[in-house]
Design a protein around this ligand. Sequence first.
Ligand code: CA
Length: 238
Amino acid sequence: MERKQRVLIVEDEKNIVDILRFNLQKEGYDTLEAFDGVTGLRLALEESPDLILLDLMLPGMNGFEVCKLLRDKGKNTPVLIITAREEEKDKILGLDLGADDYITKPFSIRELMARVKANIRRVALSGQGAAQPAQEQVLDFGRLVIHKEQAQVTKDGERLELTQREFELLTYLASHAGRVFSRQELMERVWNYEGYVGDVRGVDVAVRRLREKIEDDPGQPKYIITRRGAGYYFQKDF
Ligand code: CA
């Protein structure tokens, strides 16, 4: 019998853990729980959950440290940060440290579950991807080259350090060069969210970080261009 997918909840507020556990189990997931950062990190490393819901403000080791140490140890488990509404900076820092997305307290259960499902599915899909027949495996834009099979990007022959999400976003835009995608569309196609998405700012954060890595001058981007009021597109001829 197939193992149920497991979600690790790292959160020190007991009532939130109760709500999360109840709703996750109702959707068919097993849950693991940690009420502090050290235990959360240990369970993340030892139990290999399919996804981690990670509060930022935790006793002992905070959520940022948990996320950073997890990534430093090479674990790619999807991490959704749970954060309070006013902590805008925290969301961005969390994404910088390798979290996949965030959800703001108080959150809607519907949005939370959509994000949990999408992030678990994304990992399952990227696992299958390797077995699929190749279309075009290398996207060559001169100085910038995307090697799909190796999930690597080089600029002027130097390998760029992109997160999985940044790689997927770049590859998606570059595979449809010239076409403008709205934030909502990118959330659906790159983040795998279906239908209602809610907060789409994660797209802007990912684009900003990607520009810092691929552009000569992130303030004057040449590859990933903003179409005001519409979204983003990849420009291959400039
Ligand atoms: Ca907390």
